[in-house]
Design a protein around this ligand. Structure first.
Ligand code: HEM
Length: 162
């Protein structure tokens, strides 16, 4: 596209760069807002897990396969049997029914699942944005005025001393 009179290709390049940067900043802001919302939900679900005494209901720590809950009655029986062998059941929840166990299980499960979701929701964009050069790169030596590398506009700017 021909440039308007008085607009050099350098200026046009800068304008395109600024537009791309503004789009990236919006994407980064959205990502961070989503992470904050998920974190808030995590604190609420963690609080409910605590208040309903749902902790220690899942007796295994399997970060990947543990994302799949019991799906059949046989799997529920097996999961409940493992819980019945724990001191938590024997000393605190002796005689608990399977239905009640499912109640506490789902709270702890939701808390753990949300933890996995937060991990992925934070990590993937965290790796993608720098690779995509969306995160403004500022070198200390480039900064002459606050506008050159405004940490208020670019809170995630990577400051690299040369
Ligand atoms: C960013 C915030 C949080 C993260 C990343 C987080 C992460 C986790 C994880 C990974 C577990 C599973 C640990 C296990 O079962 O061995 C867990 C369990 C638990 N969390 Fe959180 N949590 C958070 C906030 C909270 C809050 C705010 C509360 C309560 C006020 C809470 C209460 C609990 C309880 C009661 C358990 C069950 C403990 C157990 O069964 O051993 N969490 N949390």
């Amino acid at each position: 596209m021909p440039l308007s009179p008085g607009v050099s290709s350098v200026d046009a390049g800068r304008t395109t760069q600024r537009r791309a940067s503004a789009t990236s900043q919006r994407a980064i802001a959205l990502w961070l807002l989503v992470c904050c919302a998920l974190l808030y939900a995590m604190i609420v679900v963690g609080g409910v897990t605590r208040l309903t005494h749902s902790g220690l209901s899942i007796v295994e720590w399997q970060p990947i396969v543990g994302a799949v809950p019991p799906l059949s009655e046989a799997q529920w029986q097996e999961t409940f049997a493992k819980y019945q062998r724990t001191p938590e059941y024997q000393k605190v929840n002796q005689g608990m029914s399977l239905a009640a166990f499912k109640g506490i299980f789902w709270w702890e499960y939701s808390h753990r699942l949300l933890g996995r979701v937060i991990g992925i929701a934070f990590l993937l964009p965290f790796l993608y944005f720098p690779a995509d050069e969306s995160i403004e790169q500022c070198r200390f030596s480039d900064v002459r005025t606050p506008d050159d590398c405004d940490v208020r506009r670019f809170p995630l700017a990577v400051h690299r001393a040369e």
